[in-house]
Ligand binder design. Structure first.
Ligand code: MN
Length: 470
């Protein structure tokens, strides 16, 4: 990959102006920020545009804008055919569609480079882009060939963590590890073995326990008083000098005490030991950021970027990534706060409307009240909160914003997936039968269906889930 990265870097450096098109999620925002920094440091004029996906309409408008050179980051490999004739480079980690442009197929490199396209994608080199490197990571490989850009390595880590590439094993693997080692050696990233809980920098201690969802803590997740009592019983002071203590401020023995008590709870509730051991894993922090802020730790940093992306404010996220610690950072925090309020309101809506149960699935109906953009997150939170039955998957329904159909989001537990459940298949096949479309992952998937087909969809999904689990 290094050789290809070098070729791409040279091509970018010989351009006078580059237009960056990136995906609008945490990884995409980190990718664009790396590309932006590397280009502007090298004196290349740069403009940036964020998109949800590279659909035909958007692709046509990008083409028509007549840019001399375009750099697609965290997307593009799925659109090679439609990019014929466009002078561009691509740094992407999604499964490529169409013929190879890498060493797997020499002939096609020539045909595509004749068409003006240069692509760096790990899948062309036998590297699994879904686990081993993110869009930001691939973009970083090019940036490091463009100049002294090792300080951008922390953004490659934020992108990988944002794409959940550290969650399966509790640590980054593959090419991500090489980037991590480089960043660590240069002093831009630290790796610690610590709790895999969310909010260890910025949230009060009891909130970290209360909101724990991966892993879920039986009897504590979602229970405010229970979480406070739990820490009290262990003799852990919640406050110090009048302020709420945070996880990162705890003494090592305190952390150990809490983690082993949490593990006991998980084991006592009958979950496997592997579930309890997922409480601990690698945590990535950034020494150049202020401790106790969301920017100091990769998971929280990526969450902040995602909340910018969700509200179409990719540029706010990029300003934060490229160093703004004033107005833009404040705006990013405001977006996150607003998002959290939306989620709390949606949880209340589900609680008051209720969850309906069938034999093999449960579902809730958000109608026009739950925005389709947060439907999946809400479904996941309901399943994680202990307010739903964890022995079956949950589906959420809501009308789409354009009023032209219905969005379905589904979430399951790892245990269900291990037993054969595949929500991606459920969402894609059942929606297709009703004239819609869908897909995703075994554990989390979504679909769009005509708005009068909800009952029929539920029936089809119920049948398929039943046969998957039997
Ligand atoms: Mn990505």
């Amino acid at each position: 990959m290094k050789e290809k990265a070098k070729e791409i870097a040279e091509r970018l450096l010989s351009s006078s102006k580059v237009h960056v098109v990136s995906h609008i999620d945490a990884d995409g925002i980190a990718s664009a920020s790396i590309a932006y920094s590397a280009l502007s440091r090298a004196g290349v004029d740069v403009s940036v545009q964020f998109v949800k996906q590279l659909e035909e309409r958007i692709l046509n408008s990008v083409k028509e804008a007549g840019h001399d050179m375009i750099w697609f980051t965290d997307l593009g490999s799925g659109q090679l055919r439609n990019l014929a004739g466009v002078r561009c480079v691509i740094t992407d980690h999604h499964e490529p569609q169409g013929e190879a442009t890498g060493p797997l197929d020499r002939g096609n490199i020539l045909s595509y480079s004749n068409h003006g396209i240069m692509e760096l994608n790990p899948h062309r080199y036998g590297i699994d882009g879904s686990k081993e490197i993110s869009g930001a990571g691939v973009t970083y490989l090019v940036a490091r060939e463009m100049g002294d850009n090792i300080d951008l390595s922390h953004l490659a880590i934020v992108g990988a963590v944002g794409d959940m590439q550290a969650s399966a094993d509790g640590r980054l693997v593959g090419s991500n590890r090489e980037i991590l080692a480089e960043g660590e050696e240069a002093g831009f990233v630290n790796t610690n073995i610590d709790a895999q809980l969310y909010g260890i920098e910025s949230r009060p201690l009891s909130k970290v326990i209360e909101y724990a969802s991966d892993p879920l803590i039986p009897g504590l997740s979602g229970d405010q008083t229970g979480s406070v009592d739990f820490l009290d019983d262990l003799g852990i002071p919640l406050k110090k000098d009048g302020g709420w203590r945070r996880w990162y401020q705890l003494e090592h023995p305190e952390k150990q005490k809490i983690i082993s008590a949490l593990a006991d709870r998980i084991l006592d509730a009958g979950y496997p030991a592997s579930y309890a051991s997922s409480l601990v894993g690698e945590v990535y922090t950034f020494p150049n950021e202020e401790p106790g802020t969301m920017l100091h730790e990769a998971k929280e940093f990526s969450t902040l970027l995602n909340s910018c992306g969700r509200y179409q404010k990719g540029k706010i996220g990029m300003a934060v990534c490229t160093g703004d610690r004033g107005e833009k950072l404040k705006e990013a925090y405001r977006l996150l706060k607003g998002h959290q309020k939306v989620l709390v309101d949606c949880m209340k809506i589900v609680e008051s409307e209720g969850i309906e149960e069938k034999d093999f699935l449960q579902y809730f109906s958000g109608g026009h009240k739950i925005p389709e953009t947060v439907l999946g997150t809400v479904a996941g939170m309901i399943l994680g909160s202990g307010k739903a039955d964890r022995s079956m998957p949950i589906l959420g329904f809501a009308y789409t914003e354009d009023g032209e159909g219905m969005k379905v989001s589904s979430r399951a537990t790892k245990t269900l997936v291990d037993s054969g459940l595949d929500l991606s298949e459920v969402m894609s096949k059942c929606s297709k039968e009703l004239g819609g479309e869908g897909g995703g992952h075994a554990i989390a998937a979504g679909a769009f269906i005509p708005d009068d087909k909800k009952e029929r969809f539920l029936q089809l999904a119920e049948d398929m889930i039943k046969s998957q689990l039997s």
